[in-house]
Design a protein around this ligand. Structure first.
Ligand SMILES: Cc1ncc(C[n+]2csc(CCOP(=O)(O)OP(=O)(O)O)c2C)c(N)n1
Length: 637
C-alpha cells in the first residue's frame, strides 16, 4: 500500500481497510529506516494512525499542523512526499529528524525543543483571523510536552482568547520515561473518563432519589452534586480554561480518529482532542521498553540489540560520580527535566529516591527549584543538555547567579551533537554563560577530569557550570597527567616554543593530536588545557603567548564569545605585540545535522585542518624570517 501513496492526495483516495494496511506498511518502513540510521522510534510508531487520520481530514499546506518537539514527524514526512528520501534520514544533507520549513511546505513550523507547538499554532490561528483566511490550525502535543511551562502559558492564552484552533493531546503516558506531575494525574483521570461518566450518572440518580426535606437540604444536595461533578468529570479543567474537551479517543482507530477530527474542524473556538496512543505500537520490543527506544542508535530488528559497542560516556561517568559524592555528602540532590536516562541519573534515582527530582520537561523550573534548594543549604546538581539550558537562561541569571547560590549546572551534550541537527547542537552555552557574573565555567578534557571538577564544584560553594560532550573520551589520545583542579588554573600538557595551542574540554585531545602530528615537522607546540573558561588562566596564557608569538585556540562551540574571544580580549587588554592568533570554533550560523566527524570536517574543525593551518603559518613565518635576514644582510652590505 505504501508504494501507492506518494502524497496526501493519494491517501485521501484510500478506503478505511486500505489505510489500515498502509499503517502497517508505514510501521515496517519506519522500523527499517530507524534500525539503519538511528532516530526516534517509539514515538513515531505510536502516531501512525493519528497522522494518517490527520492527513485524511486536513489539507496541508493550507491547513497547518504543528508537531510539538517534532521527533514524531517521520510518518508525516513519509506521507508528504519524502518517502523516497527517508533512507537519508538524519544524515548530512539528508532528511532532517525534525520538521523543517525549508525541507517541505508541509512542515509549517520548525520544532525540536518541547512545548512550543500551542504558542506557534495560536499565532498562526490569530494571523489567519486577521488576514481573513479560513484554514484549520492544529497543534499535536504529547503529554510529556504538556508538562513544559510554555505549553501551559499557551493553553492559558488560547483558552481565554476563544480563537479557533485544535490542540491534539497525544497521550501515551510517557515522556521519554514515565510521565510525571499533576498534569499527568489529571490526564490519568481523563483516560478512564468513560467509567467516571457512568458512575457520575448513577451518583446523580442516587442523589435525585434522596427525599428532599426542606430548602436547606436541597441546597446542600445541589452543592454536593456540583462538587461530585467536579470530582468525577475532570475534563472540566480544560473546559474551565476555555477549551472544548473531546475524547479520550483510541489513537489507533483510524475511523474513530477521522470522525472526531471532522468534528473539531466544524467547531468554533479552541478545542482539545484527547487521543490515547501506545508508544512503540506494533513493535513488541519497543512497546515493552518505550524509554529505551524513544531515541535509539541503529539496532537489530530481530533482537532489538543496539549495533556497535557503546562504550562509557560522559553522562554515565557523571551519574556514577554523583552517587559517590552523594554518599559522602547528604546535602547533594539531583534534578532532571525529564531526562534521567539521557543525563545518567537512573542509578542515582534508585540509590537516593528522596534526593532525586524528575520535574517534567521544565528546565526553567529545574533551575529555579535548584536555587531555592541551594538557598536552604542543599547542593543541587542540575544536568541539562546544552541546547535545553537555553530555556533556563533567565533562571541562571536571576535565581542563581545574582544570589551567588551553589547550584552545579552540568551542561550535558555540550558542543556539536550530530544527527539531531540545529535545534540540538550545543554550540552556544559557553557564549551565553560567559557573560554572566559570578559563574565559574569549566570543561573537562576526559572522564577523570569531569570527576575532579565535580568534586571541586561541591567544595567551591558558588554557582558552577561544567560542560561536557555527548559520547565518550577521545579514542586517539589518553591523558596520564591530571593536575589538581585549582581555581582558574589551566594545565600545561606539553611544553613547546613554536606555537601555543589553548583548548578546552573535548578539544584538548584534538590539540594533543595536532601537537603530536607537528612533531614530525619539527614544530614544537605548547599545549594548554584551559580547564576554566571563566575565570581564564591569564597568567599561563600570557606566558605561553609571549614565548611563541603564535596562538591557536580550539573549542567545541560558536566562534562568538567563547575561548577564542577570551584569549583575543586578553591579547588586546595586555597589549601583547606581534601576536598571531587563529581561533577554531563553529561559525556564526546554525549547524545542520550530520555525523559529528563529518560536521567537524565540513567546518574545518578537525585535527587535519588545524595541522594544515599551523604548517602553512610556520612556512610563511620562516619565509618572512628568511626575507628579513636577507634584507638585514643587504642593508649591512
Ligand atoms: C525543551 C526540551 N527539553 C527536553 C527535550 C527532550 N525530549 C524530547 S522528546 C521528550 C519527551 C516528549 O514526550 P511527549 O511529549 O509525551 O512525546 P512522546 O515522545 O511521548 O510522543 C523529551 C523530554 C526537548 N526536546 N526539549
Amino acid at each position: 500500500m505504501l508504494e501507492k501513496v506518494n502524497s496526501t492526495e493519494d491517501l485521501k483516495n484510500l478506503s478505511l481497510e486500505d489505510k489500515k494496511v498502509l499503517a502497517e506498511d508505514i510501521r515496517k518502513f519506519i522500523l527499517e529506516i530507524v534500525s539503519e540510521n538511528g532516530g526516534h522510534l517509539a514515538s513515531n510508531l505510536g502516531v501512525v494512525e493519528l497522522t494518517i487520520a490527520l492527513h485524511s481530514v486536513f489539507n496541508v499546506p493550507e491547513d497547518k499542523i504543528v508537531w510539538d518537539v517534532g521527533h514524531q514527524a517521520y510518518v508525516h514526512k513519509i506521507l508528504t512526499g519524502r518517502k523516497d528520501k527517508m533512507d537519508t534520514l538524519r544524515k548530512l544533507n539528508g532528511i532532517a529528524g525534525f520538521p523543517k520549513t525549508n525541507e517541505s511546505e508541509a512542515d509549517c513550523f520548525n520544532t525540536g525543543h518541547s512545548s512550543t507547538s500551542i504558542s506557534a499554532a495560536l499565532g498562526m490561528a490569530r494571523a489567519r483571523d486577521i488576514e481573513g483566511k479560513n484554514n484549520s490550525v492544529i497543534a499535536v502535543i504529547g503529554d510529556g510536552a504538556l508538562t513544559g511551562g510554555m505549553a501551559l502559558e499557551a493553553l492559558n492564552d488560547a483558552g481565554y482568547s476563544g480563537t479557533r484552533m485544535t490542540v491534539i493531546l497525544n497521550d501515551n503516558e510517557m515522556s521519554i520515561s514515565k510521565n510525571i506531575g499533576g498534569m499527568n494525574m489529571l490526564l490519568s483521570k481523563l483516560r478512564t473518563k468513560r467509567t467516571y461518566t457512568k458512575s457520575s450518572v448513577s451518583i446523580k440518580n442516587m442523589i435525585n432519589k434522596i427525599p428532599v426535606v426542606g430548602k436547606p437540604f436541597v441546597k446542600i444536595v445541589q452543592r454536593v452534586k456540583r462538587s461530585i461533578k467536579q470530582l468525577i468529570i475532570p475534563k472540566m479543567f480544560f473546559e474551565d480554561i476555555g477549551f472544548r474537551y473531546l475524547g479520550p479517543v483510541d489513537g489507533h482507530n483510524i475511523e474513530e480518529l477521522e470522525r472526531m477530527l471532522k468534528i473539531t474542524k466544524e467547531l468554533d473556538g479552541p478545542v482539545l482532542l484527547h487521543v490515547l496512543t501506545k508508544k512503540g505500537k506494533g513493535y513488541e520490543i519497543a512497546e515493552k521498553n518505550p524509554d529505551k527506544y524513544h531515541a535509539t542508535s541503529p539496532f537489530d530488528i530481530e533482537t532489538g540489540e543496539v549495533k556497535g559497542k557503546k562504550g562509557k560516556d560522559y553522562s554515565k561517568v557523571f551519574g556514577d560520580k554523583l552517587i559517590k559524592l552523594a554518599k559522602k555528602n547528604k546535602n547533594i540532590v539531583a534534578i532532571t527535566a525529564s531526562m534521567k536516562d539521557g543525563t545518567g541519573l537512573r542509578e542515582f534515582q534508585k540509590e537516593f529516591p528522596n534526593r532525586f527530582f524528575d520535574i517534567g520537561i521544565a528546565e526553567q523550573h529545574a533551575v529555579g527549584l535548584a536555587a531555592g534548594m541551594a538557598k536552604e543549604g542543599l547542593i543541587p546538581f542540575v544536568p541539562i543538555y546544552s541546547s535545553f539550558y537555553q530555556r533556563a537562561y533567565d533562571q541562571v541569571i536571576h535565581d542563581v547567579a545574582i544570589q551567588n547560590l551553589p547550584v552545579i549546572m552540568c551542561v550535558d551534550r555540550a558542543g556539536i551533537v550530530g544527527a539531531d541537527g540545529e535545534t540540538h547542537q550545543g554550540e552556544f552555552d559557553m557564549a551565553f554563560f560567559r557573560l554572566v557574573p559570578n559563574l565559574t565555567i569549566m570543561a573537562p578534557k576526559d572522564f577523570k577530569e569531569l570527576e575532579d571538577m565535580m568534586e571541586y564544584a561541591v567544595d567551591l560553594k558558588k554557582p558552577v557550570v561544567i560542560r561536557y560532550p555527548r559520547g565518550g573520551e577521545s579514542n586517539k589520545i589518553t591523558f596520564d597527567k591530571h593536575d589538581e583542579i585549582k581555581s582558574g588554573k589551566a594545565e600545561i600538557l606539553k611544553d613547546g616554543k613554536d606555537v601555543s595551542i589553548i583548548a578546552i574540554g573535548k578539544t584538548v585531545a584534538r590539540a594533543m593530536e595536532v601537537a603530536n602530528m607537528l612533531k614530525d615537522e619539527k614544530i614544537d607546540a605548547e599545549v594548554i588545557n584551559a580547564r576554566f573558561l571563566k575565570p581564564l588562566d591569564k597568567e599561563t596564557a600570557i606566558k605561553s603567548i609571549e614565548k611563541t608569538k603564535c596562538v591557536v585556540t580550539i573549542e567545541d562551540g560558536t566562534i562568538i564569545d567563547g575561548l577564542g574571544t577570551a584569549v583575543k580580549e586578553l591579547i588586546t587588554d595586555k597589549d601583547l605585540k606581534d601576536i598571531k592568533i587563529k581561533s577554531y570554533a563553529y561559525p556564526d550560523e546554525f549547524i545542520k545535522h550530520g555525523a559529528v566527524e563529518e560536521l567537524e570536517k565540513l567546518y574545518h574543525q578537525d585535527s587535519k585542518s588545524i595541522y594544515d593551518y599551523i604548517i602553512e603559518f610556520n612556512k610563511k613565518q620562516n619565509k618572512e624570517k628568511g626575507e628579513n635576514l636577507k634584507e638585514e644582510r643587504e642593508n649591512n652590505e
